[in-house]
Design a protein around this ligand. Sequence first.
Ligand code: FAD
Length: 470
Amino acid sequence: SSEKNKSATKKKVAVVGGGLVGSLNACFFAKRGFEVVVFESREDIRCAKTVKGRSINLALSHRGRQALKHVGMEDKIVSKGIPMHARMIHKVNGKRSPIPYGKKGQYILSVGRANLNKELLTAAEAYPSTQLNFNHRLLDWSPETGTMTFLGPDGAETEIQADFIVGCDGAFSATRKQFLRRSRFNYSQTYIPHGYVELTMPPRNGDFAMEPNFLHIWPRNTFMMIALPNLDKTFTCTLFMPFEEFEKITTGDELMNFFQKYFPDSIPLLGVDALKRDFFRLPAQAMVSVKCSPYHLNDKCVLMGDAAHAVVPFYGQGMNAGFEDCLVWDEILNQFNEDFSAALPEYTRVRVPDDHAIADLAMYNYVEMRAHVNSKYFLFRKYLDNALHFIMPRTVIPLYTMVTFTRTRYHEAVIHWQWQNKVITQCLLLLGTVSTLGATYLLIRYIPKKPSITVEQLWSKVLTLKWFQK
Ligand code: FAD
């Protein structure tokens, strides 16, 4: 009978935003037996001719997969993904070298955003308690009553009431506006100086133009290009560059000179005409990092996904973190037996430090991907960390592995990384000191007491070395 009581008091949940996180969240709430209504401002992308939106494809990794698994969607999505086992670094001279992501068998998946979103909407709709509404843009809502005002498909405003509102309406969330009016709500947003454009690399002789199972990177210090494979054997290349550099390229010739200088190996693969067409089709898109806290407002509303934490895309974790939000919330609901008034503050307490940590890590990787991968010390440390991980798999875990292939809480991954960095650096210093001292000792110990060469002779020999001559 307690089960009966529970279902009789089940809340009506409104999910605002039917993007990646909103549609997955609808599945999570519906699976628990809530009545779910999704409101999405765009038309139904399953019927739309062209799908506007951000990045054509994304890297899906462990956290996202675990969340999909929870609603029985993992296999379906993974079967349409392309494994990427390593980064493939492209130098200016055309030389390529792979840097594995983790151990053998560990990989991230390139998945198409549109298909992923469509599959999740269809999965949400399959629950009898779920209803999807497209062409409904949230204008405002009342924290007191839970009444939401939407701009409907006919251009008229409609009011809809719900017991609980889940704001999954992305980086520029309208749900969040009510939070901003509250006292003690912390909020910050930062635009990075870089923008991005997407270019399509067509198939070559019916096959992928480059090795498909890699995330290709052309790191050029202050800017970079990356490419992820698609199922139709194309690659989506994304050029990340400061806006002021984009502004310098205004003609086809300027574009070709730029590509000839920095990405010459990509020109024949992209094709000159297609490159010129794709590059100038849309202006470069901006990227924003948003942090806020708390994530809940009374027991009426919670923010998840980009609405709570938009991160720059350089760790490939934005969607993964958003998917994990749904899973963490579900775990907390279990823990508190669906008592929202207790679960919501706990969700904020648990999730804020983790989402803030991934926002910081993504900023850090913004530099690592375009600049550090060119450094010899970085590569040495990557190999050393991987080797140490092989010998002591529980003690030394590369940061990328913790973030991408485990569900270690993001903020704990950062703490562990800082600790192991300190230890490894100190060990390297110690090793350096010990070997210098050892070498000095051996020199002193084994140099003959009466050298057969005098100091003057040694000095004059040194001076004859090429290095000392002009
Ligand atoms: P969104 O995808 O933005 O969806 C929000 C939805 O809400 C949209 O459908 C929108 O139409 C709707 N909406 C907005 N306002 C309203 C309103 N007022 N009323 C009703 N509906 C509304 N993440 C990864 O994990 N891996 C990657 O490799 C990766 N690569 C990326 C590359 C780029 C270039 C970019 C920009 C991002 C990348 N991300 C990646 C991040 C990822 O795209 C986002 O984290 C993810 O899309 C967040 O999903 P969301 O549902 O929270 O928000």
